[in-house]
Write a protein that binds this ligand. Structure first.
Ligand code: UDX
Ligand code: UDX
Length: 460
């Protein structure tokens, strides 16, 4: 039996490894993490991440060929293949602060692998990393006096949160980058063999290391770019009475453009898009390509503009002040079907409204705990309320910030009756039936569509 180890039991490691274990019963899969609380949660009935379908897979494999542990050193020694999915956040200090990736956990992990290894191994980069990180890793790992050889592979993760299980069970592609040496090719083949247990061979792409590392950043940059593009047009729609949903549908019908990722919104969030684009920007600058850097940087700037525009639009529509007004934020997660709040536009809107001295009550079916941690510096100024009806009671406005399907099924007549009048809904996800809400009595402000409002517009 071969031993697979994954270092880092976060969203990436925690959702991919159980699926590998379920398809590869002849491999023993261990996931380790420095965070004891997290590992204890993975061993319990209450998993630390909410991901549809994951509970069942963990339940089926845990204790058979899937194990969670904090004994990192011992498991490194036993492993044949080590996946590394520790976090690589944006560096907040020194050179490249605010843009470059902070590789300290990655490097520390590489050194830990080296110290505890007594046999040669394959080390797989699962975390998103700047191009050519593998080279540094190879140098660290192969600078040992022990006569051991390490093959470093890049195998970026393309799964999206909320659909991680589905994406991993049936991926568009699996990408594996490695060295074009004999030992590199053998290492690639070992990893291909694992994925080939359930992924058709033609969907497993093998490339050189640098193409693989770069493809991950580029895929995320392209996806985010589509959202920033449609969001830029949503601002124009609001000025011209064009309707962004109609424009997106018409544009997306061109097969060359395609219909996915054209949903205008309050902005994109998540742990990857912003971080990866800033990383790409930093790389371009590093390699002396300032024009290319500025081009991609604009995708992030447009997203920040969209979040700020949403909050500013609220203030101007609500008679130029929200101070002291109760505002109910529906949704804290950065997208539906996850409890993840990293870079969530809901938190940005919350911060902007707190600046305006609004009273905020936040509701979300799964993400309130994380939101509370993220907003801890303003904990006393936000109320967290799991019941959306209670959250909306006595509020002046509701903001739809996460596209949870349950928000489409609420009794908005009841909600309307409980709110202060005039009652506002700002639909940052174009999720609800706006005409119906207007007929109930709400003043409705979608994204990229004319508002349905009985009130005179106040220009900011
Ligand atoms: C994150 C990013 O989202 C992704 O883009 C990147 O590719 C990898 O890091 P994610 O799994 O979502 O992926 O991160 P996170 O949930 O923060 O998990 C990382 C885990 O690594 C944490 O549980 C942390 O405790 C663990 N870790 C970190 C270690 O075990 N050792 C370390 O030295 C540092
Ligand atoms: C993304 C990539 O999709 C995935 O391939 C990669 O591995 C990690 O980063 P994720 O961040 O989990 O996945 O979510 P995604 O579905 O891409 O959504 C990102 C953000 O964009 C969310 O805030 C979402 O609400 C927003 N979004 C998405 C829009 O605003 N409009 C759209 O049309 C699509």
């Amino acid at each position: 039996m071969k031993n697979i180890l994954c270092i880092g039991a976060g969203y990436v490691g925690g959702s991919t490894m159980p699926i590998i274990a379920s398809h590869c019963p002849e491999y023993r899969v261990v996931i380790v993490d420095i965070n004891e609380v997290r590992i204890a949660a993975w061993q319990s009935d209450q998993l630390p991440i909410y991901e549809p379908g994951l509970d069942e897979i963990v339940r089926q494999t845990r204790g058979k060929n899937l194990f969670f542990s904090t004994e990192i050193n011992r498991h490194i020694a036993e492993a044949d293949i080590i996946f590394v999915s520790v976090n690589t956040p944006t560096k907040m200090f020194g050179q490249g602060a605010g843009r470059a990736a902070d590789l300290q956990y990655w490097e520390k992990t590489a050194r830990q692998i080296l110290e505890n290894s007594t046999s040669s191994k394959i080390v797989v980069e699962k975390s998103t990393l700047p191009v050519r990180t593998a080279e540094a890793m190879e140098r660290i790992l192969n600078s040992n006096g022990k006569g051991l050889h390490f093959d470093v592979l890049s195998n970026p993760e393309f799964l999206a949160e909320g659909t991680a299980v589905r994406d991993m069970q049936n991926p568009d592609r699996v990408l594996i980058g490695g060295r074009e040496t004999e030992s590199g090719r053998k290492a690639i083949e070992s990893l291909v063999e694992i994925y080939a247990q359930w992924v058709p061979r033609e969907r497993i792409l093998t490339t050189n290391l640098w193409s693989s590392e770069l493809s991950k950043l580029v895929a995320n940059a392209f996806l985010a770019q589509r959202i920033s593009s449609i969001n830029a047009i949503s601002a124009l729609c609001e000025k011209t009475e064009a309707d962004i949903s109609e424009v997106a549908a018409a544009v997306g019908r061109d097969e060359r453009i395609g219909r996915y990722f054209l949903r205008a919104s309050v902005g994109f969030g998540g742990s990857c898009f912003k971080k990866d684009i800033l990383n790409l920007v930093y790389l371009c600058e590093h390699y002396g390509l300032p024009e290319v850097a500025r081009y991609w940087e604009q995708v992030v700037k447009m997203n920040e503009y969209q979040e700020a525009r949403f909050a500013a639009n609220m203030v101007s529509s609500m008679f130029n002040t929200v101070a002291g007004k109760r505002i109910a934020l529906f949704g804290a997660a950065f997208k539906a079907h996850t409890n993840d709040t990293r870079e969530s536009p809901a938190l940005e809107v919350c911060r902007a409204l707190l600046e305006e001295q609004a009273d905020i009550v936040m509701t979300d079916p799964y993400a309130l705990e994380n939101a509370c941690l993220d907003l801890k510096e303003m904990a006393t100024r936000v109320t967290y309320e799991p019941d959306p009806y209670v959250a909306a009671k006595d509020a002046h406005a509701i903001d739809i910030l996460t596209e949870w399907p349950q928000y489409t099924e609420l009794d908005y007549e009841k909600i309307y009756r409980s709110m202060v009048k005039p009652a506002f809904i700002f639909d940052g996800r174009n999720l609800l039936d706006h005409k119906r809400l207007y007929d109930i009595g709400f003043n409705v402000y979608p994204i990229g569509k004319p508002p349905l409002s009985r009130l005179v517009q106040h220009d900011s």
